[in-house]
Design a protein around this ligand. Sequence first.
Ligand code: ADP
Ligand code: MG
Length: 468
Amino acid sequence: MGSWNYSVFWDEAMKLAKAELGEHEFAMWFNIEYVSSTESSILVRVPSSFYRDQLLRQYQKYLETKLYELTGKPLSLEFVVVKPAPTDSLSTERSVDNPDGPASPAMTKAKPSKEEPPREHMRHPQLRRDYTFENFIIGDNNGFAANAALAISKNPGTSYNPFLIYGGVGLGKTHLMQSIGNRVWTENARAKVICITAEEFTNEFIQSIHDKTTQNFKNKYRYVDVLLIDDIHFLQNKLGSQEELFHTFNALYDANKQMVFTCDRPVSELKNLSDRLRSRFERGLNVDLQPPNFETRCAILKKKIEASTVQVPDEVIEIIAKNISTNVRDLEAALTKLVAYSELVHKNITLEIAQNQLKDVFSQSKHGNVTIDNILRVVADHYKLSYSDLKGKKRTKNIAFPRQIAMFIAREITEYSTTELGFEFGGRDHTTVMHACQKIEERLKLDPNLESSIQLLVRTIKEYSAKI
Ligand code: ADP
Ligand code: MG
């Protein structure tokens, strides 16, 4: 097995970047030096975390694309921060250039650190640094999932495989999944961890067909130690990608490599998913995340505050936690808004400021759990139809019109895409949803009463959703 050395390609990529971006921009940001490579990644060093963060944000994709064009291989960039000091501890090569070949073969524990510097100070290109177990508050709502995740990161690939976390938006699925990745990656210097969304997996797969590089694609995903795939509900209807993931799954499963997936609903409720892939997803451990209770919400807010320099009184934490109950992401957003305000106007946060600043956020969040189901129920009730008729396939006029109204409202007041709405409305195509919205918009122009009926329905739906 040969060692991997992409330094020539790296130099070439730098030359191209300089030519394309111009001397000035290049000199400003490209304070980078090649360190070493593996079969699928290049490690470079930068002088500070500031440079690393800027490069990650602005140039990572750019550079990875360049490298792909030059080498024909999907290489990922990894950064290590080495402060320019008199003696440079990192000039020894990382494991990856040693003749043992690609990083993957088994996750043997790191040998003493000369060959394999600890990864604490490095950043995995696909994992968020703050999505760690240390930053994850465990409560009643997520205790089972969190403890399973901890167990898995101690012994990946052995006990719960695959591990699948499901639940509504903003409840911590991605955070928990990436915590596993971060833990395994920092503690095992050789572990190859890949973390992507199902959408990226799909796009990359399609691109590889187009570029005739499917073999590279297969190799990339079938030789990892831990594969994390976020939001697998995206695979509904994507039969080609499902097929590919099925084979990847089998290869990794047989090799005892850990897989973790997240999904916005139980696997049994996914539509247009091949039976064999469904049964693979259900094979290991499937655990759901629930919305956190009041105490857990307070604890999450407190944890967030620890990381900032601002003082937030307990009574403020409590009103935020009381008013925002269904989604941790919204909870954090409210706090961020408040902290930003207090920093901008140089005022301490008080209960009064919080109430004022967060008025809109609080009233919106009361309507936060509008679901398609709620819309269907309220609209069916309004038009004296049954829920199943409205959702079903019948196309008689007295059903078709209310159904279009329901689709129109769903499009207006939820974040669902037309494709997702199509699914929710009895497995229809997204064009049906678009057509329905157009029809209603046309009628709105002609029928002055329709607008107020729709407004009334929207109000009723929001009230209904706030109650349950
Ligand atoms: P999902 O993937 O389920 O939509 P995320 O993992 O993106 O949700 O979580 C949304 C936000 O809430 C993130 O910023 C995450 O860090 C935070 N969060 C969720 N659950 C917790 C928790 N138990 N402790 C701390 N932060 C949490
Ligand atoms: Mg997520």
